[in-house]
Design a protein. Sequence first.
Length: 336
Amino acid sequence: MSIEAKIGTLLTNKNAGFEIRESLPGKDSEFLERTLSKIKNSLDNSLLYTPEYQVIIPDFFLARPLSDSQRRLVDESLSPFYAQRSASQQEVIATVPIRESSDKMVFLPELFQEHGLPLSLSDIPFNKACGEWADKPRVFWIRESMANRLLILAGAISEVDLLFYIEDAFRPVGVQEGLFKRRVEWIQNEHPGWEWGKVLLEAKSKTAVSPRLASHKSGAAIDITLRRISDGFPLDLGNKYPEGGALVAVDCPFVTAEQWQTRQIFSNSFLMAGFAIYDGEDWHASYQDNLAGVSNGNVIDRYVAKYGPIKSFSLETGQILEVYDLNEYDKPFIDI
């Protein structure tokens, strides 16, 4: 059954009780268009090239947010489609060549403070599954060129009363490995009836299974949500970090107009600023990694990723100290 047919089946399920309304092209997009226009104008003043934003209004919105039972129903029906889409994309990403540039790492809180820009950070420590990093503070470092580009985008969104709330950035050795195992356990607990192949597919679609695909290990990926500067209130995504399932896909249609707008602001802003976004998660953005080398399902001609997975860097200078060997790139974090 196609994804369109599955969505139609969900909407016509009277027992599910979905409350939907038709979209109103002018009314539903007016605030979004105004916001994106201001962000683009700011980026135009700082970057040599800023692509146009693209807003495609869906046919319907939820009239009210999903209940817990409705979320489970949507997840059970649609998550295999989004998981398979992400897995297919990862197969292409894995073919993108990588030539490590040794671009140094930068500490984001210090950089933002130096430039007088607002920034908020997660105070949730690394998960207990993350080996020696369990319960330790997150590592808010990324590559310098990415940090500088993020700084430009932060200035642009600040003009529309928005700031970045950084959930996660660089992941040291042991963290990504532990998070993948945690993801598997979550899925097995949520879907005890799923066979192993289905569990693994969902896990791989949300948490990278090998160093080659783990741009957080490269210092070239960041997990970000948006908040208002004026009151610190988070914009409604329709899901919470780091949930899984169908609802975290950027284009999942079971969202309210407000939730759709939040996702559109996130994705269009980062794309205009030259980042890549991962369609399978509505908080993940990366820069000049192998994800950025894929467009419309194909590797961009002559593209070479600048950043590969690293094992350590200097906390004093940001200099890269140790990188993964090429023969380690595709070694999965668990036996699959």
